[in-house]
Write a protein that binds this ligand. Structure first.
Ligand SMILES: C[S@@+](CC[C@H](N)C(=O)[O-])C[C@H]1O[C@@H](n2cnc3c(N)ncnc32)[C@H](O)[C@@H]1O
Length: 188
């Protein structure tokens, strides 16, 4: 059964509750990332509602005005798991994706990313804090989910996130440096 789409989910993007593996991921890397046999694709383990909601950004001065962001649907305690970043796990280059985050590097120099440009979950709407707030209120850190699969998770920082607040992470300077040539800017 396909999962219910969140409000304001874009038609052209496939909604998924668990990451998918692109053919570019070598077998040994995949075995490390996903050591257990997956029975149902991973969707079955999610029972709780997520503490987040996708909203359009209409505030003047917000650098992502006209786009969407991810907001707390209820109070989120400090240092707690918010959501896993779901997308296509890949090792091929995706220089034009604005939804590609780094998941894992092995000692042999293989870099694994999670790209949510064509498929993903609510986490793909998390904006960078630059130009929005003084600092991020959430951060990326990998974890092994209930199925033992390595994934990139989003966690709250040291302060509680209040209902209605935008979830903001740092994409890292590299993200913006790579885009400055293309004319995409932040206030930093
Ligand atoms: C992962 S997407 C975030 C979700 C996006 N706002 C949307 O509606 O699909 C990353 C893109 O969001 C925009 N963005 C996120 N944070 C931003 C910021 N602080 N300043 C300017 N643009 C931002 C940029 O266009 C960036 O390439």
């Amino acid at each position: 059964m396909s999962p219910k789409l969140p409000a304001r989910w874009p038609q052209e993007v496939q909604y998924a509750r668990s990451q998918r593996f692109h053919a570019s991921v070598p077998r040994d890397i995949r075995a490390y990332l996903c050591p257990k046999t997956r029975i149902d694709g991973g969707a079955g383990s999610i029972t709780e509602s997520l503490p987040v909601v996708i909203k359009p950004i209409a505030v003047d001065g917000h650098p992502a005005k006209g786009q969407h962001g991810l907001f707390a649907a209820r109070k989120i305690p400090p240092r707690s798991h918010i959501i896993d970043y779901v997308g296509e796990v890949h090792v091929d280059d995706r220089p034009s994706s604005n939804y590609d985050i780094s998941l894992y590097h092995n000692t042999g120099g293989v870099s694994v990313g999670v790209d949510a440009s064509h498929m993903g979950n609510e986490a793909r709407f998390i904006n960078d804090y630059r130009g929005v707030a003084a600092r991020p209120n959430a951060f990326f850190e990998e974890r092994r989910n209930g199925m033992g699969e390595l994934c990139m998770a989003v966690w709250s920082g040291k302060d509680e996130i209040k209902r209605g607040q935008e979830i903001l992470v740092s994409y890292g300077k590299g993200f913006w440096q790579a885009r400055s040539a293309a004319g995409e800017t932040t206030s930093e």
